[in-house]
Design a protein around this ligand. Structure first.
Ligand SMILES: Nc1nc2c(c(=O)[nH]1)N[C@H]1C(S)=C(S)[C@@H](COP(=O)(O)O)O[C@H]1N2
Ligand SMILES: [Mo]
Length: 332
């Protein structure tokens, strides 16, 4: 078996919190034990205020779709907690194409988001290529409040703007034999240094997939924006998946291709380590990650440690997709 380097987020839960990121960064900058101690007694929220956020890279200034925003909110989707502040979401990201830390926002500004062509291919009536602005024009656009739960045991809440993946599937006109939707991120090692083989031995480009039933479930959403504006590059501009009942790594960023296929694709992290990052990756507090518990999660931007919910709280919408009850099969 090929042994690849572990992603840095594949570490113990306590090491993967925003707290450790902020405190370690501060410790590094200050190089002083006094300040580390001060940081250590500060709450996470205080740590954020005390030390200040990084430079904020918001929505790209030259995004031609900006005029479409904000989209009308679909009130059917509600949260039990407050929306995570956008500044936190803009500065705390997983996007391995641009580096293995949470601080990749600056590096991600190198991403060129226009022209951006999306391929719809494989088992479809007719293969198509469509530019993202034409796709936006063809879709009915809305805003939804969704939870997001990373496999690293942190979570957040945010308003996504976009359209249901089901609408894109319909637009692609898949043939009846198509069983999975395979999604692929752009490949350009010149703008995304993480993709150079010297940086990672990873199987680029990033690939993810859902069954057709999952992809056409109303909850599967293609996000083109967040917080009422186009997506910042670091969040996966110009279009990314939001599958909130699954761990965050399923929600692939900056998609260039949707392929309709019969065989189950091997997803990016599954290929790296199938035992730890399985294909299904449905959120389940009762099935621990092999190296840490998934029973609770840290709510980003707060001091809260809250119980994790099965399907991240979306069981009503998606539990019927997984009729046979083997938790490990569906929950990694
Ligand atoms: N192409 C690509 N998509 C990706 C990732 C990535 O590294 N590359 N990281 C995933 C993980 S682990 C998470 S938690 C979310 C993070 O999205 P955010 O930075 O907008 O919070 O994106 C997911 N999609
Ligand atoms: Mo994640």
């Amino acid at each position: 078996m090929l042994i690849r380097r572990k992603p840095s987020w594949a570490i113990a839960e306590r090491d993967a919190t925003p707290e450790s990121v902020f405190l370690n960064r501060r410790a590094l900058l200050a190089g002083g034990a006094g300040l580390v101690a001060a940081g250590a007694i500060a709450t996470r929220a205080n740590a954020f205020t005390l030390f200040g956020p990084d430079k904020i890279y918001g929505p790209p200034e030259d995004d031609p779709s900006a005029k479409l925003y904000p989209f009308k909110r679909n009130e059917a989707f509600t949260l039990q907690r407050e929306v995570t502040p956008s500044d936190l979401n803009y500065t705390y990201n997983n996007y391995y194409e641009f580096g293995s830390s949470k601080k990749i926002a600056e590096a991600a500004q190198a991403l060129k988001i226009r022209p951006w062509t999306v391929k719809l291919d494989g088992m479809v009536e007719k293969e198509q290529e469509i530019d993202v602005d034409s796709l936006l024009a063809a879709m009915s656009l809305e805003e939804r409040l969704y939870r997001h739960r990373c496999v690293e045991a942190w979570s957040m809440q945010l308003p996504w703007s976009g359209f249901p993946l089901a609408a894109l599937v319909k637009f692609a006109k898949p043939l009846s034999g198509a069983k999975y939707v395979r999604m692929e991120t752009f490949m350009d090692p010149e703008t995304a240094p993480g993709q150079t083989s010297s940086s990672f031995g990873y199987p680029w480009p990033y690939v993810e997939a859902l069954t057709i039933e999952e992809a056409t479930n109303d909850l599967a959403f293609i996000a083109t924006g967040a917080y009422g504006k186009p997506l910042p590059k670091q969040m996966g501009s110009p279009l990314r998946l939001a599958a909130p009942w699954k761990y965050g790594f399923k929600s692939i960023k900056s998609i260039v291709r949707f392929s309709f296929v019969e065989e189950r694709p091997v997803s990016f992290w599954e290929e790296i380590n199938a035992r730890e990052y399985g294909f299904w990756a449905n959120v389940n507090p009762n099935v621990p990650h092999p190296r840490w518990s998934q029973a609770s999660e840290r709510v980003l931007g707060t001091d809260e440690l809250v119980p994790t919910q099965k399907f991240n709280g979306y069981g009503e919408q998606v539990a019927s997709l997984y009729p046979d009850g083997d938790e490990r099969t569906y929950f990694m």
